[in-house]
Structures are given as C-alpha cells and as structure tokens.
Design a protein around this ligand. Structure first.
Ligand SMILES: Cc1cc2nc3c(=O)[nH]c(=O)nc-3n(C[C@H](O)[C@H](O)[C@H](O)COP(=O)(O)OP(=O)(O)OC[C@H]3O[C@@H](n4cnc5c(N)ncnc54)[C@H](O)[C@@H]3O)c2cc1C
Length: 281
C-alpha cells in the first residue's frame, strides 16, 4: 500500500473540501477502497473518513417514504423490517453481498458510489425509484438512481460531491431480486435482476425492472415495464416482458459464456423475478 494522508472531518463541508482535491478518496466501510489500495489499483494521496460525520447513517420512515443514510451498513439494510416488507428486492440484494463480516463493514453508499455494474444493491434501488441525495461544499442536489451512472466505475458525481442518502418514495406491493452467480458463496453477480410491481385486482398498475451486470451501467428495462402496465400477468405477457428486458441488455462475451447466453438468462430471470414479485403482491 502506498503512503497517504488520513483525515477524519466532522462536517460534510469539510469532507467535501478535502474530497475535491486531486487524488482523494472517501473511506466509508473500506471493503472496496482498502482492497484496491492493497492491490495498488487505488493510490490515493489522501483518504477522508466519513465515520465521524453525524447524520449519514440509519434508516428512517416517514409515511410511505423510506430514507437510507449513505453510511448505513448493508447488513442493516438486509435486516431492516421496513426494507424487507416494503422494498424486499433491496433487502434481498443487500443479503447477497459477500459474507456477514463484509456486510457488517460495507455501506450502501460505498456499494453505489463504487459504481460496479454488478453491485448487489443497485437493482433494488432502481426498482424502488430511489433518489440519491448528494452534498458538497457548494450545496445539495438530488439525482434519480438511473441517472447516477455513466460507465463502469463512473458516476455523475463531481469532485467533492458526497452521497448522503437514498430516498425511496413509495413502496411496491411486491418485489424480488435474483442474483445469478457461478459460485454459491462470495461471488459477484453474473446477472442481477430485480422486479417490483403494484397490483389492483390482478391488474399490474405499475411495474419496474432493474438489471445489473448486463450493460456498462445498471439499467431499467422500460420497454418491458410499459408492456406490463395496465395488464394481467399472462404467460404470453411474461414471455414478451422477458424478451423486451433481454433486448435492452448489452452484455459482453467472455471466457465464462457468450453475450447471447447472457441475454437468454436475462429473459429467463426477468420472467422468474416478475412471477415472484406478482405472487408476493
Ligand atoms: C470479500 C468481498 C466480497 C464482496 N462481495 C460483494 C458482492 O457479492 N456484491 C457486491 O455488490 N459487492 C461485493 N463486495 C464489494 C463491497 O463490499 C461493496 O461494494 C461495498 O458496499 C462498498 O462499500 P464500502 O462502505 O466498503 O465502500 P468503501 O470501500 O469505503 O468506498 C468505495 C468507494 O466509494 C466511494 N464512496 C464511499 N462512500 C461514498 C459516499 N457516501 N459518497 C461518495 N462516494 C463514496 C469511495 O471514495 C470509494 O471510491 C465485496 C467485497 C469484498 C472485499
């Protein structure tokens, strides 16, 4: 690991000013950053801990709306009864990260800011229509989660901008996340699919589908969502929705399998997640 300066600011403004400098990195849980620093893929000159800044962690509920602080551990997201009941796909995604030890360190803010297309909390946040609150020394702003990512490891965050919260406006009546992985434990998502639906007497009034690890950024399958809205989930509609989701995926071919096979898997997993989300609703 290369030498670096370590800072422990107690305010967001101070942290933002330090983070705006070149070659600076934030330390949340450290499960991505420290691994990267040890492997020398990350060589920050300054590391700014977020641990001593108050108000960045915890899950709060106000009416239908749930807010998750960026420094909330993914283990807390996994175990929260509010998240389990109202945003099941997100709780399931959090439960898929690494091991219990990792989940007790890793934060939801770090999982999203790291911007891996395969991050396990991202599909659940996509189908929750999450808003990402961002603060800097210049003020605050909010972006929709599907507008946060610009490429693998890349976001719209400007130098000095820190994610403070994720706001989930309204719950779906049923949602589900499937992580398709090669190894049973401690593996990154080969494909991640989340679906969330609202039903009224069997008719789907709203549907959201989030895809991870099948494109340079996590994406919503909006065409498939539009097909579902206003209809009952028949076998034919399920097939059409699966195909429409696969059509927006742009996965890579690698040694493990071809892009075509990955697309077929998106189709299959979208149908499975939708069926389960509707059953739960
Ligand atoms: C053994 C192991 C297994 C893993 N398995 C999985 C897995 O199955 N699925 C999965 O999704 N991930 C997995 N991970 C990765 C991982 O734990 C996460 O991505 C984690 O959630 C990152 O959060 P953190 O708090 O540790 O971030 P850190 O490592 O502290 O920070 C990561 C990056 O995010 C930035 N950052 C952190 N917080 C903020 C913020 N609030 N605002 C702006 N930028 C910020 C930092 O500058 C840094 O660049 C695994 C990691 C390990 C070591």
């Amino acid at each position: 690991m290369k030498g670096f300066e370590f800072f422990e600011p107690t305010t967001l403004a101070e942290a933002s000013q330090l983070f705006a400098q070149e070659h600076a990195q934030l330390l949340a849980g450290g499960t991505d950053l420290v691994i990267g620093m040890k492997a020398l893929t990350e060589t920050p000159q300054s590391v700014i801990s977020l641990q001593k800044i108050p108000g960045l962690d915890g899950i709060t509920t106000e009416g239908d709306s749930i807010s998750i602080g960026a420094m909330t551990k993914v283990r807390e997201v996994e175990l929260s009864s509010d998240i389990q009941n109202h945003h099941t796909a997100l709780a399931e995604g959090a439960s898929e990260i690494g091991s219990v030890q990792i989940r007790n360190l890793a934060t939801i803010g770090g999982n999203i800011a790291h911007a891996s297309p395969a991050a396990d909390t991202v599909a659940g946040l996509l189908v929750a229509d999450a808003q990402v609150d961002i603060a800097s020394a210049d003020g605050e702003r909010s972006v929709a989660i599907d507008e946060l990512f610009t490429g693998p490891g890349q976001t719209v965050l400007a130098p000095g901008e820190i994610i403070t919260r994720f706001r989930l406006p309204s719950p779906a009546s049923g949602s589900h996340y499937i992580k398709h992985k090669i190894r049973e434990v401690m593996d990154l998502a080969f494909i991640g699919v989340a679906a969330a639906v609202n039903l009224d007497n069997g008719t789907i009034t709203d549907a959201r589908i989030g895809l991870a690890a099948v494109a340079p950024t996590p994406i919503r399958a909006t065409e498939a969502e539009n097909l579902l809205r206003g209809n009952e989930l028949t076998a034919e509609l399920l097939q059409q929705a699966g195909e429409a989701a696969a059509a927006v995926a742009s996965p890579i071919s690698d040694l493990r399998c071809s892009a075509e096979h990955r697309k077929e898997m998106v189709d299959v997993l979208t149908r499975r997640t939708l069926q389960e989300a509707v059953a739960r609703a």
